[in-house]
Design a protein around this ligand. Sequence first.
Ligand code: BJW
Ligand code: ZN
Length: 360
Amino acid sequence: MKQQIKVRSAFGHFSRNLPRHHPCFLKVFSCHSCLSRKIFFPFPIISSSIKQARAIHSTKNFCLNLLNFNSCVSSYHQRNMSSNRKVSSDMNAFQDQLNRASKIVALTGAGISAESGIPTFRGADGLWRKYKCEELATPEAFAKDPGLVWQFYEYRRQLVSSKEPNLAHKSLSVLEQNFLRNSPQRQVIVVTQNVDELHRRAEMKRVLELHGSLFKTRCTQCKAVKTNYNNPIVPALDKIELDELDRHIDPKDLPRCEKCTGLLRPHVVWFGEQLDPFVLKQAEGLMSVTDFLLVIGTSSVVYPAASLVPQAATRGVTVSEFNIEQTAASEYSKFFFKGPCAQTLPKALQIGETMISHWG
Ligand code: BJW
Ligand code: ZN
């Protein structure tokens, strides 16, 4: 669906038809020309000065139509983004609003699993500090060296299998259970970027996985998707060490399709790949109906997941963030609870450890 956008720029006013969730679309930066914070097309305005913009500029997924378009979008001002907007960490005020909400969405990222012992992508313990994501989580990397990419994924499958959901995962499940039992008109749904399945293992029922799962494979030939919890997935990938992902593996010993013998790949979304359109549509649908958005443990830099927060925020939805540090989503947040989310989230949701142990 295309949407007409009114654009204000140093060169005058324009109207432009763009797909509503074009990847170049919802990005908030300080305007290079007028210095106010607006939603921008990310180039070329900001490429010279903002670190994040440089990262964006260097990706190949930008819109060629917009390359010479020095502009900012005026029709998408955040309603609650005035310069004197205060971010609160008032637990009572948060709980008051939570208690009045009926369609709660929790958008989660790697930080929610950090206290389970699973490294994040970009943090100090970031998994990709040693291995560049462009080297390992791209279709090009897999085409070049499927054995290397499979070692990386098998290492992570084995790591995740040895870890347990933490109090943050569990408190969301307890909230869901409480609603099902006591207030069935209220719902909580997790939209996760994580591929570790820890929300499901915490017995959360409503989970939307944006980036797939480490425990699913997809055939590169017949495209069949299969759940696979084998450990190791094939004998050639047994006992992988992260320090030495250089085992030579004959391609015939890599995971193969039972039906057509085609090479299997992890059923995850790599850079440059589209998210499952059905899944993305569901996530966007949730953003258009939620009345309370929790943003937990994500840096909010990876698109299109990162555009979900502004989609909800521009409707005036209360955004509450749980993170150990400020992120790209923080400027949308009404509430910010700083700290490890396995501590802050159960407290905010008023889910005590006894409730968690009784339930699970
Ligand atoms: C704690 C904590 C504690 C720690 N408690 N908190 C628009 C503009 C610019 C670029 C693009 C754009 N649209 C698309 C792009 C390109 C690209 C992209 O976004 N690049 C950016 C990096 C700039 N996106 C894509 O390529 C996407 N595809 C796409 O859009 O296709 C459409 C298209 C295709 C072709 C042409 C045109 C359009 C696909 C993105 C797929 C991302 N895949 C990965 C890998 C998945 C598989 C795997 O796991 O191996 O998904 S990348 C990686 O990042 C992974 C994560 O799900 C994702 C998000 O990371 P997350 O979860 O936020 O983790 P971190 O580490 O970044 O943050 C952790 C946070 O936790 C931090 O904030 C900590 O502070 C916090 N924390 N401990 C609370 N205890
Ligand atoms: Zn097949």
